[in-house]
Design a protein around this ligand. Sequence first.
Ligand SMILES: NC(=O)c1ccc[n+]([C@@H]2O[C@H](COP(=O)([O-])OP(=O)(O)OC[C@H]3O[C@@H](n4cnc5c(N)ncnc54)[C@H](OP(=O)(O)O)[C@@H]3O)[C@@H](O)[C@H]2O)c1
Length: 278
Amino acid sequence: MSIPTITLHDGLTLPAIGFGTYALNGNAGVQAITSAIDNGYRLIDTAYNYENEGTVGEAVRRSSISREELIITSKLPGRYQTYDKVVTAIQESLYRADLDYYDLYLIHWPNPKQDHYVEAWQALIDAKKWGLIRSIGVCNFLPEHLERLENETGVKPSINQIELHPFFNQEEQRIFNDEHEIKTESWSPLAKANEIVQNETLQKIADEHNKTISQVVLRWHHQLGAIPIPKSASPKRQLENLSIFDFSLSDAEMGMIAELTRPDGRLNDQDPAEYEEF
Ligand SMILES: NC(=O)c1ccc[n+]([C@@H]2O[C@H](COP(=O)([O-])OP(=O)(O)OC[C@H]3O[C@@H](n4cnc5c(N)ncnc54)[C@H](OP(=O)(O)O)[C@@H]3O)[C@@H](O)[C@H]2O)c1
């Protein structure tokens, strides 16, 4: 199965779809992530706070794919946003996974009330220079947060990973990211596959293409120009989620999916202007 690639503004090339690992821990997690890599995923998303960087590292070693072919992402927790703590946290992330470098390292949340995210960003810039990270980005950053990073350090993120699914389609944030050459990556791209798998509009479109609702939704992300990172513990659903590059949604179908968004469509009401995670 051939997966298209995307090149970030700093030159890192990554696949157009990745694999989420939230809640994949321990031996069951190693098996699920090894299976995902063997099934074709090359972009793996973990975080310090998922407590599974070690699980990801073990899966990488057990998989049939060499380290150089993989793009491994981790994320900085909110409690470590002061400069020295960032550097130590990145080192600890690497030790946990037993890796020499991460391909991508992201600030997990801006936590704007703490006001340390610019300092954290400067530490990521330096960690990249030291070779600990190949590309640096953020998650859950609003336009005002992104503007401060660029204005105060001269370096803009390669990626902004945000909550994005048909019920919360983030049109304004996506446009802002595009205008600043920041690639949008979609977390909870299937909205956790609850309400979404019963949606009649999506079912109609899926039937039209002889695809599943999950495949239609992941294809929709791709056509929006975003990189979805669906999580699945099931090898069958892992493969299903990769099979999105052999069909296209029409403009009319993209429009029907755009209608599903709603202002309160966030899964857990996590507005980055207010919500903080440590
Ligand atoms: N940066 C952030 O703040 C942030 C926040 C949340 C998540 N994330 C990242 O984004 C990743 C993905 O988000 P997520 O895990 O919250 O949700 P998701 O990928 O939208 O949905 C995962 C759920 O959907 C099910 N599923 C997957 N494929 C399916 C299919 N084809 N048919 C039916 N059900 C399917 C999975 O069950 P099975 O496992 O049983 O298949 C699982 O319960 C996370 O794992 C994490 O890496 C980042």
